[in-house]
Design a protein. Structure first.
Ligand code: ZN
Length: 100
């Protein structure tokens, strides 16, 4: 697998993984459980990272790029089913897949 990008925080990592998996790209989040280590590790080393299969890397990077361009700077919608926040441009909840 290849590292696609670093996410600023765990919710962002999960949102991006949800986006990629909707497109059929298997995605792994690394450093998912390293958040408690902030303060002991250099901060960047504890940021969650998204990894994808090498053959999906170009497509995943393009999706990510398109997503980051289209994402509004602010705004979330709260899922009625699980109470997680998703970006306001999402049609379905990143966490449980319920329509927003
Ligand atoms: Zn939900």
């Amino acid at each position: 697998m290849k590292r696609l990008c670093r996410a600023a925080n765990l919710p962002e990592a999960h949102i991006l993984r949800g986006l990629l998996e909707q497109a059929g790209i298997e995605t792994r989040v690394f450093n998912e459980h390293a958040q408690g280590g902030v303060g002991q590790l250099p901060v960047q080393e504890s940021w969650p990272e998204l990894w994808v299969d090498e053959q999906d890397l170009v497509r995943a990077a393009a999706l990510l790029d398109a997503f980051q361009r289209s994402a509004p700077a602010t705004g979330t919608r709260t899922c009625a089913a699980c109470a997680e926040d998703s970006p306001s441009n999402f049609q379905i909840c990143w966490n449980c897949g319920a329509p927003l």
